[in-house]
Design a protein around this ligand. Structure first.
Ligand SMILES: Nc1ncnc2c1ncn2[C@@H]1O[C@H](COP(=O)(O)OP(=O)(O)OP(=O)(O)O)[C@@H](O)[C@H]1O
Ligand SMILES: [Mg+2]
Length: 214
């Protein structure tokens, strides 16, 4: 359902080109759980950004259901991200003046999804945090709020960038189980440095210097 063809993402750094992704060919199938491993700086986050349309590749194409994300307008790409994709960022990204529950409901009319949002927060062990604000929560609790937000609305693909990095093993396992259970007919793409969290993955790729080394 996602098709990357010869994708390169090049950052400009003080006039120097940094190849965060180098000519990557990669497909993601419906229902697939894909794991991405690799050392720090190898381009894992960059790869997730281009796969999910958050960044447009410098070269090559990314197709979502045979449509080139890079050839669409910004609004159309943003709509696809909103309706079809869920994203867990490497660092928790919450609105400071909204509670945990309000942050989860951010993209939806609250009454439609409130029960689902509460269910996810409870499954993530956050029943006591629902009405608290980000400054009152730990890093790991905030990360779990982001996981609940990414799952809301049954996205077709969930992209998760180090979703368990701030968590102890047990909470990390709970996050992974929830991500795996809720992928439904969709796909799940997880970046992690902990191979244990990729138990049950259909496929694992390893990145090194912007390239896939398997
Ligand atoms: N905005 C930017 N400008 C210039 N270079 C960047 C930028 N963002 C990332 N890079 C570089 O691109 C490369 C890949 O970065 P990326 O964040 O994708 O790595 P990563 O594998 O996710 O690392 P980590 O495990 O530490 O999160 C690195 O060399 C990084 O320094
Ligand atoms: Mg990263």
């Amino acid at each position: 359902m996602i098709d990357l063809k010869s994708v390169s993402l090049i950052y400009q750094d003080h006039g120097k080109e940094v190849f965060a992704c180098k000519e990557i060919d990669l497909g993601v199938q419906p229902g697939e759980f894909l794991g991405i491993l690799g050392p720090s700086g190898s381009g894992k986050s960059s790869l997730l950004y281009v796969m999910s349309g958050l960044k447009v590749p410098t070269k090559g194409s990314v197709e979502w259901l045979n449509r080139d994300l890079g050839k669409m307008g910004d609004q159309e790409r943003a709509d696809i991200r909103l309706r079809e994709f869920g994203f867990v960022f490497q660092y928790p990204f919450l609105i400071g003046y909204l509670t945990a529950l309000e942050n989860v409901l951010l993209a939806f009319p609250a009454e439609d999804r409130r029960a689902d949002a509460e269910k996810f927060l409870i499954e993530l062990g956050l029943q006591d945090q629902m009405h608290r604000y980000p400054y009152q929560m730990s890093g790991g609790q905030k990360q779990r709020v982001c996981v609940a937000r990414a799952l809301l609305g049954s996205p077709k693909v969930v992209f998760a960038d180090e979703p368990t990095a701030a968590l102890d093993h047990k909470s990390g396992r709970a996050v992974m189980d929830l991500l795996i259970q809720n992928r439904g007919q969709g796909a799940l793409v997880v970046v992690t440095h902990d191979p244990v969290m990729l138990e049950g993955a259909d496929r694992i790729i390893r990145m090194e210097d912007g390239e896939i080394k398997n």
